[in-house]
Ligand binder design. Sequence first.
Ligand SMILES: Nc1nc2c(ncn2[C@@H]2O[C@H](COP(=O)(O)OP(=O)(O)OP(=O)(O)O)[C@@H](O)[C@H]2O)c(=O)[nH]1
Ligand SMILES: [Mg+2]
Length: 189
Amino acid sequence: MRVVLVGRPNVGKTLLLINFAAYLGATEITREDPNSARISLEQARRECVSYVAHKHLAALSAGLTSSKFPHRGMILVDTPGILDGVAEEAAVRQAIGRGLEELLRAQAILVVVTGELDDLASFDDALVELASRVAPTIIVDNKADMHPTNLGMRRQHFADHPVLPLSAVTRRGFRELKQRLFAVWETEE
Ligand SMILES: Nc1nc2c(ncn2[C@@H]2O[C@H](COP(=O)(O)OP(=O)(O)OP(=O)(O)O)[C@@H](O)[C@H]2O)c(=O)[nH]1
Ligand SMILES: [Mg+2]
C-alpha cells in the first residue's frame, strides 16, 4: 500500500515521514537522488528536514512490513510542499509535478495541515478535495505541540474525513494514526 503525504510547504511532512516510519519500526529511508541511496533516519532528519521551504527536493520513502499483514508491504512516500500558484524555480515545479503524480498513485493519503498558517486554509480544502477523489484520506493536523488545536472546528470543517491532531516532534497522535492506517491497510486488496 502506497501512503502518500501531501501538503503545503513547511507543514512538517518530511519530519512526520521520518519519525512515523521510525515509530513503525523502519531503520532507514530511501532517497531518490541519482544514487537512490538508503540513508539512516538520523541523516534524513539532518539533511531533509528544514524550516526553509523546498530545501530538499529529492523524493523520500520508507518501506514497512507488519507481521499482521506478512504478504503486504506498506510504503510511506514524502512529496515536496505543493504551492497555491506556480513555483519560480524549474526544479521546484518539476518536483511538485512528481509529487502530484505520486498523489495520483496513492492507496492512502495523508494531507498534512497545520494551524500555524490558517490564512491559506482554502488551499488545504482544495488538496483534501483532490486527495479524496484518489484514495482514503486522513487529515493530519501537525505541530500540535506549537498551536492549540481547535479540534471541534477542524473536524466540523473537514467533516467527511478523520482529522488527527499530531506532533511529528513529540510523537503525539502516532498511535491513532497507526490505527487509522492499519484499518485501511487491512481492507486493501
Ligand atoms: N514544533 C514542531 N515543529 C515541527 C513539527 N513538524 C515539523 N516541524 C518543523 O517544521 C519545519 C518544516 O519541517 P519539514 O518536515 O521539513 O516540512 P515539510 O512539510 O517537509 O516542508 P517542504 O518539504 O518544504 O514542503 C522544520 O523546522 C521542522 O523541524 C512538529 O510537529 N512540531
Ligand atoms: Mg519536506
